[in-house]
Ligand binder design. Structure first.
Ligand code: MD6
Ligand code: FE
Length: 234
């Protein structure tokens, strides 16, 4: 497949079919790892979308630049971020919240492209969550050394909706914990193309990302990009 051109529908279907053939081989592309009762890693699920996805992310970043936000506690995040969709996640000294406008430009965030919506919906459905209708996509950029400390995602209005999280570029170790910050965590290795979906009983688990190890990814260079899709509004 030509990685520089968006896949034609037929090519994408072909790839998904091919991955499906290996569904029952542990560790093979297309596998599903349960990390909780309603939390799953869909291995390589985003791979058929990547050639079309990367130019969309570039165009979003041109309109809404990557920035390092400040936490309510006054720390600057090591992860750079931007958003697309009708709502975007923001942080400043006043707190964490969702905003319809980019605070840097005063303009609405770029729209959620249909291909990204399709990727999020298909992944949610594969994990057992029907009719996922995200209105927010947070796009995180990790350089080597960047990390995400343990947190819960609880700024969304509808905690019954799942979260779909797409990992691109450099590998990461995702920490998946319990319902208290001090609960022990499992270490979940994530590579380029993996999609994590969680919701239901697991929705409020603490989670984070260990510091990214220095390396070069063949498509994305010295970066890990993570796109998390949520239903943030009503
Ligand atoms: C990351 N992800 O993987 C950070 N939150 O870069 C998250 O914080 C996250 O992946 C909720 C659900 C899925 C996630
Ligand atoms: Fe999170």
């Amino acid at each position: 497949m030509n990685l520089l051109a968006p896949p034609k529908k037929s090519e994408k279907t072909q790839v998904q079919y091919t991955l499906g053939l290996f569904d029952d081989l542990p560790g093979a592309p297309g596998g599903v790892r349960a990390i909780g009762g309603q939390a799953f890693v869909l291995e390589g699920f985003a791979l058929p979308y990547i050639a079309a996805l990367l130019p969309l992310l570039d165009s979003i970043k041109r309109r809404a630049q990557i920035r390092h936000m400040v936490t309510p506690g006054g720390f600057t995040m090591s992860v750079g971020l931007t958003n697309c969709g009708s709502l975007g996640w923001v942080s400043d000294r006043q707190g964490y919240r969702y905003s319809a406008v980019d605070p840097l430009s005063g303009e609405p965030w770029p729209a959620l492209p249909p291909l990204m919506l399709e990727l999020a919906r298909e992944a949610a459905q594969k994990a057992g969550f029907e009719h996922f209708d995200p209105d927010a996509c947070l796009i995180n950029h990790y350089a080597p050394g960047a990390r995400m400390s343990l947190h819960q995602d609880r700024d969304e209005k509808q905690l019954g909706e799942p979260i779909v999280s797409v990992s691109l570029g450099l590998p990461a170790t995702f920490l998946f914990g319990g319902f208290e910050r001090s609960d022990r965590t499992q270490r979940v290795p994530l590579v380029h193309g993996d999609v994590v979906v969680w919701g239901g009983a697991d929705r409020l688990r603490f989670h984070g990302v260990l510091p990214i190890k220095p390396a070069e990814h063949s498509l994305l260079g010295p970066w890990r990009i993570n796109c998390t899709f949520r239903k943030a509004g009503h």
